[in-house]
Write a protein that binds this ligand. Structure first.
Ligand code: NAP
Length: 293
């Protein structure tokens, strides 16, 4: 078994990005600038956004964090987005989700200029991804593809089973793995909560990508000998022995499954850090995106 080490790989990517930033500066250019809008004070969202700001600092990007109160109106949020869309000093921005219930997430996503949509959630970005056109691929699928690429995992002609069909992970993953690309060219099955015989289908996977948010859902009996397993799931469970008071559990029973796998991602230290690195890659790309689209 070989670990698909997202932490080490993401650190390498960050070093590469920092080098690119130095080249941009040496040529008299402006460093990439990522903005993030955080509405309210959800603990997990705070952590995610703060980490994104720290990542920017680490690679030499500029970053701006816009904090808005939970009760901010949809109109006010749309105004802020319009401002960021027009600001020539901002290359890309994200609106951290989930948003409070009174705000229509779809309306917010639609308001983001596709040229600055570094989260890749807008219909324009998703549509371009489906057509294989230049775009921003959302960070988690982008990070997973980058991890497979860097470990030279052979995906061509393999049976890839993606578990979970969310707009931000499962569905884009299934499209990317089936595309005529490297990695890609897999034969893909997308399974979800209404799929009968899930375990049976998982057992046929050469590559099993799990993104459902159910801790330890995939056990040893669901994994084929020699399979590549990518565990996207992250669930916080209380752990009073840790200073943070919690630990992270993946969707796959790592200890039970690992010896059957050719490659497997750990949780934490697998897909999570790759997602963060992919957002940086998208922000770097945002500087040149207007020329590509
Ligand atoms: P989501 O929007 O809640 O979607 C979950 C998907 O899993 C749905 O398609 C659902 O099916 C399916 N599902 C749920 N229970 C199932 C079951 N018993 N059998 C088969 N399918 C089942 O979740 P998400 O945003 O994709 O996130 C999934 C997990 O990945 C979460 O733990 C999340 O925290 C984690 N995540 C991690 C990262 C990272 O950077 N590592 C990034 C994003 C998400 P239906 O559509 O039929 O309901």
């Amino acid at each position: 078994m070989q670990l698909l080490d997202g932490k080490a790989t993401s650190e390498k990517i960050k070093v590469e990005i920092a080098e690119q930033v130095k080249l941009i500066q040496a040529a008299g250019g402006r460093v990439p600038h990522l903005a993030a809008i955080l509405v309210g004070n959800d603990g997990a969202s705070e952590t995610y956004v703060n980490n994104k700001v720290l990542d920017c600092r680490q690679v030499g990007f500029e970053s701006t964090l816009i904090r808005l109160p939970t009760e901010v109106s949809e109109e006010e949020l749309l105004k802020r987005i319009d401002h960021l869309n027009r600001d020539k000093n901002i290359d890309g921005f994200i609106v951290q989700v989930p948003l409070p219930k009174h705000i229509d997430e779809a309306r917010i996503t639609l308001a983001i200029d596709p040229l600055k949509d570094v989260d890749g959630f807008s219909p324009a970005s998703v549509g371009r991804m489906c057509l294989g056109m230049p775009t921003f691929v959302s960070a988690t699928p982008h990070g997973i593809m980058e991890l497979l690429r860097r470990y030279e995992v052979d995906t061509e002609g393999k049976h890839c089973v993606v578990v979970g069909r969310s707009n931000i992970v499962g569905t884009p993953m299934s499209i990317l793995m089936s595309r005529n690309s490297k990695p890609g060219n897999a034969t893909v099955t997308l399974v979800h909560s209404r799929t009968p015989n899930m375990a049976e289908i998982c057992r046929t996977a050469d590559i099993l990508i799990v993104a459902i948010g159910k801790p330890n859902f995939v056990n040893e009996s669901m994994v084929k000998e020699g399979a590549v397993v990518v565990d996207v799931g992250i669930t916080r469970v209380t752990d009073t022995t840790r200073p943070s008071g919690f630990r992270l559990i993946g969707d796959v029973e790592f200890e039970a499954v690992k010896d059957k796998c050719s490659f497997i991602t750990p949780v934490p230290g697998g897909v999570g850090p790759m997602t963060r690195a992919a957002l940086l890659l998208n922000t770097l790309k945002a500087q040149s995106m207007s020329k590509e689209l």
